[in-house]
Design a protein around this ligand. Sequence first.
Ligand SMILES: [Zn+2]
Length: 376
Amino acid sequence: MSSWAKSVLFLLSVAVTMGLASNIFAQGQAARYDLLLKGGHVIDPANDVDRVADVAISAGKIAAVQESIPAGEAGKVVDVTGLYVTPGLIDIHFHVGHGGVPLNWFAPEARSQAAPLGVPADIALGAGVTTVVDAGTSGAETFLQEKMEVIDHARVRVLAFLNIVANGMNGGLEQTVDQMDPQLCAATIKKFPDIIVGVKTAHYWTEQPADALHEPWAAVDRAVECGNLANVPVMFDFWPRPDRTYADLILKKARPGDIHTHVFAQQFPILLADGKLNPILTEARARGVIFDVGHGAGSFWFRNAVPAVKQGFIPDSMSTDLHLGDFTVLSMTEVMSKFLAMGVPIEDLVRAQLRKTEWNTDTREKDLAHLGGLDG
Ligand SMILES: [Zn+2]
């Protein structure tokens, strides 16, 4: 394998990041390909390609991957010798849009200090990401705004987990259990089946004592109920507590195909007292639970990640959790670089790591394909 130090990662996201070159030769003869990337190290796990090869593109699609394609056959040739070429990456934990913050900041009811939670969707493209999945920034009452403001206009493909909280994130209603309506959540997901691929729960009742209005599992249970009604996976952002343990989340509440994000955050018992990997992780994996990085501003701790990775526990998906206020990492490639530094081979980082799970219906298979880590 080429070393990271010697090679700069070149992430191919042809359709969206590269303008198509003229396809006409000077002498007027039509070129066979619009664009040719020559001499790069292609890593394309889906097609079992891991070697130096030329990649030709026509009309925004990959037309050929061969050992050598003559330069004369393309309208534009880019020498990518010494760089990696991969399919577009998928960032399954990202934030776009306003969430629960009112659109009109100057309205009397707006909290004037509240900025939108999301970042501009297209900044993902710079790291070779061609699909981002918004991780519950909006809920049933705010999704349409996010769709019209961001999703419909982005160059990067934007999918979404719908927040179980109808108002979404950051609007001051994330602790209001009445906001978590599984029926409304499922109905909204069914209305936008091409965009909404799952449910999200986050930030719920982290440290306060439980009371009649705040049952410890309310957010998780309602998110799972919505997931069952809409037949989609749930992504959990979770805070364990004595009456709501991590073991119960990943061994009992999470269904096969559900995702625990922020796996290396400080609050999870990833390691036992003797430094060994907590066996509940392996057990949960065997049940089909998926573990996502969700790096974020404070959700990635080397003290958990390094021993876990050394013992062979590598998250199923890399993701940034980019949002306004996250200045810890700025791109998917930075997240991947941390794992590279921990000894994970780049081929494995590029690989679609989401394992096959036991979703039964076509819908679920389609949803998981969306989340598979790599764009075709
Ligand atoms: Zn997030």
